[in-house]
Design a protein. Structure first.
Lengths: 74, 185
């Protein structure tokens, strides 16, 4: 069992080392242009969900403040 | 608690369902582009949140004036650019020294060669620092043309110049950005 364990440990180490190399490689990127870099950055940038929540509240507030005659016209 | 990017996206999609029908489709389709433009143009996440909120509120108030002469994306960009310029003139220009010195840009070493990124950690911060060093016009042009939904002609219409002028300025903007970006390493 022990040699198997050793082999298994060795494989784990190799696998871990391989994963580290892959991770290092995956973090290195090349962009052909500034625009490509900015597109990548935009794709990584999430819109905060608070914006939609605030927008929904603002719309509700502005609609409740409208005079009755304006509501009839819309 | 840290949220993953996918969790933030699904959360944002769920939030947009709270919006009235006439604005929710616009918000779903364009909020990312508008938020990104505001974020990188203003260089501040809180100001970008406020700006995105205000842009969509203005869009809803003026939705009857949108005649479809341009794309909805272009129409929203126009509102966003005006809004962000007002925010900048109210605060940014009083606090940040302008960097539109042509000689300074000429001295930057950047060129058309590919940009190699060895470490993606803090990439957004590096991009922001490089953009902050550019004149506002170059920053805006780079952000607009990086959106594949926008042609050079549309970017020119949004910034009040011809497509050829956009091409000419982009050459210098790319060079300046690459030089500034290299300095952020």
């Amino acid at each position: 069992m022990k040699p198997q364990n050793k082999l298994s440990t060795g494989r784990h180490q190799e696998q871990a080392a391989g994963e580290q190399t892959a991770a290092a490689n995956s973090s290195a990127l090349e962009f052909q242009s500034v625009e490509e870099l900015l597109r990548h950055d935009a794709a990584q940038t999430a819109v905060p969900p608070e914006i939609a929540r605030r927008l929904s509240q603002s719309i509700a507030q502005s609609r409740s403040r409208r005079p009755w005659w304006r509501k009839l016209l819309d | 608690m840290n949220q993953t990017c996918a969790e933030v996206h699904s959360s944002a999609a769920a939030e947009s369902q709270l919006l009235p029908a006439e604005i929710s489709a616009l918000y779903d389709a364009h909020s990312r582009a508008i938020y990104y433009l505001a974020l990188r143009f203003l260089g501040d996440a809180h100001k970008a949140e406020d700006a995105t909120h205000d842009v969509f509120l203005k869009a809803l108030r003026n939705i009857k004036q949108f005649r479809g002469d341009s794309s909805a994306r272009t129409w929203l960009y126009r509102i966003a650019i005006n809004h962000c310029k007002n925010v900048r003139s109210a605060w940014h220009d009083r606090h940040v020294l302008p960097s539109s010195d042509n000689e300074f840009i000429e001295r930057l070493p950047g060129g058309d060669s590919p940009l190699h990124i060895l470490e993606t950690k803090e990439l957004g911060e590096r991009i922001q620092r490089a953009l902050d060093g550019l004149p506002a016009e170059y920053r805006l042009l780079l952000l607009l043309v990086s959106d594949q939904e926008l042609s050079y002609q549309e970017a020119g219409a949004l910034t009040g110049q011809s497509a050829d002028a956009v091409r000419g300025k982009l050459f210098r903007a790319r060079k300046a950005f690459a030089g500034l970006f290299a300095k952020t390493e």
